[in-house]
Design a protein around this ligand. Structure first.
Ligand code: GDP
Ligand code: ZN
Length: 338
């Protein structure tokens, strides 16, 4: 599937990265005391993020604890980097490769903070318990669409549903299938509950999102029964054992594919989207955007509104349109409150 265009914010970010890389090329690597002058710049992937230090995995799966050059922007799990071997089995990250996708959130000071990079798929986990909320799924979908990442909707805890409830859930979820989203139902607690999910994880780097209690930890734990295997070969760094609080981590699945996990990744939400991004995040609205009589149509009450016509003709789901109005209000409120 073709990726969506990057947002302006992402384009700016990439430009900054490229400028940074140009800057780095002009520097002499041996101006850093920790780097051997003969060192080669090696490609690697960031697999753990501890704050000031990061684990970088090389092409053979070996992991080295690295610091970063100060002129590099904040690095995150999933980042492709270049690094050089330093003294005592440690390393220094010297450059960041352009990111295909970037998950970011605004911090308490309104600054955009990266969470994870080069993600191919965001898996929205929902469940009958805690309460199933379509509005929350819509909210995730908008945020994911705006990042140009592919979503997958997973209904977990199907063991809690009787026949009637199963039918009800299938009807609700079929609306998402109708607009092109892939969805599966699983029971993370059962022995073979994750088989179907595994096939969707293959060859991709995915993250799991969803409200607390839907089963994300259970799924990750069951997908990765042996942590030593999932992070590849054991780190060759003496320092490694000192770190107990991993902020964020990329896990390799035995069956192929990666999962990036951290509290920040799981809580990822709407961020600071604008109203254009919100409407574009409703994929089935896209053919009707720009087709209304009035250029500044709010799609609420105007005559000759393409979206309202589409609703009447059953091309747009009434509930999704209401969800759009709600999200738009939230985006406006956020802007007004600062
Ligand atoms: P998280 O907050 O999204 O990480 O959710 P957890 O993984 O901590 O799960 C919350 C609760 O749901 C735990 O008590 C799990 O045992 C339970 N749970 C997870 N998956 C299933 C499932 O497939 N069926 C049932 N019945 N319970 C589940
Ligand atoms: Zn309209």
């Amino acid at each position: 599937m073709a990726k969506r265009k990057l947002t302006k914010q992402q384009q700016l970010r990439i430009k900054k990265i490229q400028d940074n890389r140009l800057l780095q090329k002009k520097e002499k690597p041996n101006s850093y005391s920790n780097i051997d002058s003969e060192s080669e710049h090696l490609p690697g992937t960031i697999v753990s993020h501890y704050g000031a230090t990061l684990d970088v995995e090389d092409a053979s799966g070996n992991i080295t604890l690295c610091t970063t050059r100060q002129n590099l922007e904040q690095l995150v799990c999933g980042d492709s980097v270049y690094w050089v071997k330093g003294k005592e089995l440690s390393g220094v990250i010297t450059a960041l490769a352009p990111r295909r996708t970037l998950l970011a959130r605004t911090d308490n000071y309104g600054k955009l903070k990266p969470i994870a990079a080069n993600i191919d798929q965001v898996i929205i986990i929902c469940a009958p318990k805690p309460m199933f909320r379509e509005a929350l799924i819509d909210r995730y979908l908008v945020a994911i669409e705006c990042l140009g990442i592919k979503p997958l909707i997973v209904l977990n805890k199907v063991d809690l549903l009787n026949e009637n409830e199963t039918r009800q859930f299938n009807t609700q979820l079929s609306n998402y299938a109708d607009i092109g989203y892939q969805l599966i139902s699983i029971c993370a607690k059962s022995v073979n509950g994750l088989d179907q999910l595994l096939s969707f994880l293959n060859n991709k780097t995915s993250i799991l999102v969803g409200q607390s209690g839907v089963g994300k930890s259970t799924i990750i734990k069951n997908l990765l029964p042996d942590e030593k295997i999932k992070i590849g070969k054991i780190s060759n760094t003496k320092e490694k054992g000192k770190h107990t609080t991993t902020v964020s981590r990329l896990y390799h699945l035995l069956t192929g594919g990666n999962i990036i996990d951290s509290p920040g990744v799981r809580d990822f939400g709407l961020g600071n989207l604008n109203s254009d991004e919100v409407i574009n995040g409703f994929v089935e609205f896209r053919p009707f955007i720009g087709q209304c009589k009035f250029k500044n149509c709010t799609h609420i009450h105007e005559p000759d509104c393409a979206l309202l016509y589409a609703k009447l003709e059953g091309k747009i789901n009434r509930r999704r349109l209401n969800s759009y109005y709600n999200l738009l209000e939230q985006v406006k409120d956020k802007k007004q409150s600062g």
